[in-house]
Design a protein around this ligand. Structure first.
Ligand SMILES: C[S@@+](CC[C@H](N)C(=O)[O-])C[C@H]1O[C@@H](n2cnc3c(N)ncnc32)[C@H](O)[C@@H]1O
Length: 260
């Protein structure tokens, strides 16, 4: 073989090797059946993927979730089908009587906490962004006088401003992306009548609140304190399993609105 032919052969071989190295980047990576099953399993566990949560349409994922649920609460991860356990814990330690008083339940879900308040004598309004959730409440409690209403906490709800003696908020703020926190907290605080109370039950962590990290987007202790808007102040904090000291876990905080 002459030198030129041999040189050409070497160059061709090098080019083939270089192409072979480049080729995998151009080809889609082969994903095995087992890997695909694992990815699908992970996606099924991640609500952001499962319900296509869109940061700009923050409440849109609740209706499809409730639409797949049944009247026994199957399909609703937060359904207790009885008084929320931490609210019950607070009620055991505190006398709450609602005779001649009004109450509002924010993000009422399947309605059990509204019924608890009705049984304590309050005249109760309870709202949720999901129409299906509200319909399920009405079906579950046909005898109840609670006004179950479809409404969006992010909308202007001026008819309820300073209108309620007792407002209950459990886990709604943390179910919506962090960029809405100030609006949500402010809107909830605005429902409390002068001299009335707001009970907030929230999961707390010191981690930075970022869209990527939720749902839920746990509140920091400072976010809980941010309810001290519009004349509210902290009246009581009930510790639950050392959450206050650890600054993690669930905070149960009672706020009082100034009486003028
Ligand atoms: C995590 S769940 C908590 C439900 C209930 N408070 C409980 O503790 O069982 C949040 C609830 O808030 C409702 N929600 C979410 N965004 C809302 C909004 N913008 N306005 C009213 N309700 C909303 C959801 O549909 C859901 O029922």
């Amino acid at each position: 073989m002459n030198r030129r032919k041999k040189g050409n052969q070497i160059l061709k071989a090098r080019a083939k090797k270089a192409n072979a190295k480049l080729a995998p980047k151009n080809k889609p990576r082969y994903i095995s059946k087992a890997e695909r099953a694992k990815l699908a399993e992970e996606a099924a566990k991640d609500p952001k993927l499962q319900f296509s949560i869109n940061e700009d349409k923050p409440a849109d994922w609740f209706e499809p979730l409730y639409a797949k649920a049944n009247i026994d609460g199957e399909g609703v991860p937060w359904a207790n089908m009885s008084t929320q356990p931490l609210f019950k814990h607070w009620l055991e330690a505190n006398e709450l009587q609602g005779k001649d008083k009004s109450a509002l339940v924010v993000g009422c879900g399947l309605g059990d906490d509204a019924i608890e308040l009705e049984q304590r004598g309050f005249s109760v309004t309870a709202f949720d962004v999901s129409e299906t959730a509200i319909n399920l409440c009405k079906k579950r409690f046909p005898e109840s006088k609670v006004e179950f209403i479809q409404a969006d906490l992010l909308a202007e709800l001026s008819q309820w401003h300073k209108a309620f003696d007792f407002v209950l908020e459990i886990y709604t703020v943390q179910a919506l992306p962090p960029k809405y926190e100030a609006q949500l907290i402010d809107n909830i605080a605005a429902f409390v009548a002068e001299g009335g109370h707001l009970l907030v039950i929230a999961e707390v962590s010191n981690e930075e609140r970022q869209f990527e990290n939720g749902p839920p987007w746990l509140l920091t202790p400072e976010h809980v304190d941010a309810f001290c808007h519009r004349g509210l102040s902290v009246e009581q904090r009930l510790d639950n399993d050392g959450a206050l000291e650890a600054k993690a876990g669930s905070y149960i905080t009672l706020f009082k609105a100034q009486a003028l």
